[in-house]
Design a protein around this ligand. Sequence first.
Ligand code: ZN
Length: 462
Amino acid sequence: MFRIILIFLFVIFVNMSEGVFAFDIVYPKKDNVTINADKTFFIGNEQICKSLKINGQPVILHQSGGFKHTVHLDYGVNSFVIDNGADKKVYKIVRPAKSVKTAKERKFIHYGSEKIIKTSSQNVPLRSSPVDAGLNRLQHLQKDIELVAIGEYGDFYKVRLGRDDTAWISKSNTQISDSKEFVLGVIKSTSSYEDDDFRYYKFTVDKKVPYVLSESGLNGYNLVLYNMSDELYNFGKYEFNISQKGKNFGYSAYYNDENELIVKIRKYKSSLKGLKIVIDPGHGGSERGAIGCLCDAEKDVNLAIALKLRNKLQKLGAEVLLTRADDKYLGLQERVNFTNENNAQMFVSIHNNALADSQADKEAKGTEVYYFYSQSRYLAKVISKMLSSEIGFNNRGAKGGSFAVIRNSECPAVLIEVGFMIDPDENSKLINSDFQEKIADGIIKGIEKYFKEVDMEIILGK
Ligand SMILES: [Zn+2]
């Protein structure tokens, strides 16, 4: 018996010497990092002593042991002593000195003689402002579409559309055209046809002109062809309205090999039963995503939720496809291609949230759902509402966001940030299997509400 106790004590001693008193710092990832912000946070867990101080300030510990503690950063080297009474670590964080901006001042240059340019790659964004960020994309254009540049600002050409409209296009996505003279377009014929999933509108134009296809209200679309003959079309624009039965449910426009512009409108599918839905667990493989207080990786939490969501949706009669069903790396374009090649009718990406250092003092709690096209706004709104109420998280609501996975899908597409991995309380719930079942239930309630409610509610903005 005595020998057993001795062995037991020895085992305890060995464990203690391996750092029983230590705490985990999940973020910053290591000592001696450079953070270019006036604040950051320490995220991690303390399991043993249940008391922790950073530079003498008590750290609030969640019952799971997780913590998130915001600290201010001065320029230069900042030292932080992390102390749980038994073990101590010193972290150094460097905040670089204020950089002196040497960027040359940019101004708009108006060309004396206009340049004929053309798109030099596929999927070139035509933008409403000369900025490569945000929600300023008007349309993605294919290769070899001619445009007239009337000036430049930084890395962008300002292009003329029709007689009075203008837009911006990145110089790096274009080249100077061989054409000596800019020729305006004329429509030769139009036609329409349909199959089970789509209605198609075909416009035979004598050259590839720029166009913008957008949603007009909630049940329809507006196509504008630009740089058309101003003798035949007012202001050099040809406009075409398309009505939709039911909610707007996905659209695209492209030139086919015969240079005909095809507008493809997905028919509205009014129920979950038989719906072909792609569930996309964010990140995977080498890309871990956010790291939670207790060291869990976002990629694993996303996948666990996605698998539970798949099982429940299948039981309700939906046809579910997963972009990944295991822990592997997948690029953003691969996820988009998978969705469009499988002709999915809905796309739902599952993520969990974190904050940037510069936002370390902001509240990091709650559910938010992102959309890019207005057709997806209502879906985002009801998922955020139903999911947050199902799991008891704050509803941060639907937000517009220019994320690659939701702006290139030909169907309603949303990206869900269920909760914050860096919040100790939300994190402890997000990694819980029973809680993940509730998350899946909440998402489904949102999708069901989307199908159930009439469009009137969207108009009233309820
Ligand atoms: Zn993520």
